[in-house]
Design a binder for this molecule. Structure first.
Ligand SMILES: N[C@@H](CCC(=O)N[C@@H](CS)C(=O)NCC(=O)O)C(=O)O
Ligand SMILES: [Fe+2]
Length: 286
């Protein structure tokens, strides 16, 4: 039986969270859950994650996996919160260790582990995780970060930050360990899948001339129309475009809080002796 896919869009960070389930067994996975965070007050909220939990409950689903496509730089992950609520295992690409290493230094967090142990399962290209009678297949798709993975379930691929909608293009590659050539090759692998393969984006920022959010496309549509990487564009031109565009982008609003929390699988840094967790702002580092 085909999997069911429910999307939850967080307009504050332009992130799409997915709840993917196998109707036969009611096994489910949550992809890229958001922990709401108000920068002005330093206050978190579980409103977005609770909406996913409510949908799972309504459909009698049991969430067994929390799949992160990468350590997000634009929103805090609700992975740890959802793990606490469901017992689900948090999955991320094995090269998260590289990201942890870089940011342990930037944030000078001696207690930050760099071996991935904050997560439950580190995955690599070709790994398979069960989802009822289906498999979740891991594709290693680096470029936006050195640890990015995509998850293929049946004819659907959750591409994380590789491709965006065809009229918007592709993800930036200027974060530590980002690599435009690697992103080009990762995207070409995704676009070598059968033309009817459905692709589900992790973000949508709309695009000039489009006034509604969208997050679903196909291999055929991306190959024909993606403004950055349609079939007529070679690696050299893509890398030149991506590098030039990246120079024009400012840092995501929530990059500093997000990274600190997300390399801990969505846990806040350990509370200080007064019981409060603090996030750091490294000055003149990024
Ligand atoms: N304005 C957004 C931008 C977030 C952002 O930089 N998103 C990344 C993915 S984490 C990206 O690839 N953006 C591509 C672009 O903005 O062109 C924010 O501040 O959160
Ligand atoms: Fe990202």
């Amino acid at each position: 039986m085909p999997t069911r896919i429910q999307a939850f869009f967080d307009e504050a960070t332009f992130t799409v969270t997915y709840l993917v389930s196998d109707p036969a067994t009611r096994s489910a996975a949550v992809i890229d859950p958001v922990l709401d965070y108000d920068q002005k007050s330093g206050r978190t909220s579980t409103r977005s994650a609770d909406a996913v939990l409510a949908a799972a409950k309504e459909n009698g689903l049991s969430i067994g996996w929390i799949l992160e496509t990468h350590a997000h730089a634009d929103h805090l992950s609700a992975g740890a919160y959802l793990r606490g609520k469901t017992g689900a295992k948090i999955v991320i690409g094995e090269h998260i260790t590289k990201v942890q290493n870089v940011f342990r230094t930037i944030f000078n967090q001696a207690d930050q582990s760099v071996d991935g142990r904050d997560f439950d399962r580190l995955v690599r290209d070709g790994d398979k995780l069960p989802l009822g009678s289906n498999d979740i297949e891991v594709m290693f798709t680096p470029g936006h970060t050195p640890a990015c993975v995509s998850y293929k379930i049946g004819d659907a691929v959750f591409v994380g930050d590789t491709l965006f909608m065809p009229d918007y293009g592709t993800a930036r590659t200027d974060f530590p360990g980002g690599d435009a050539s690697a992103l080009y090759r990762s995207i070409k692998r995704i676009l070598a899948l059968p033309p009817a393969t459905r692709l589900f984006m992790c973000h949508d920022y709309k695009a000039p001339g489009r006034d509604t959010y969208a997050w679903q496309s196909t291999v055929a549509e991306q190959r024909e129309k993606n403004v950055h990487i349609h079939d007529g564009i070679g690696e050299h031109d893509f890398v030149a475009m991506r590098t030039a565009r990246d120079k024009t982008l400012s840092m995501p609003v929530l990059i500093l809080p997000s990274i600190q929390v997300n390399i801990r699988a969505g846990n806040l840094p350990p509370p200080e002796q007064n019981g409060t967790s603090y996030l750091k702002i490294p000055i003149n580092k990024l």
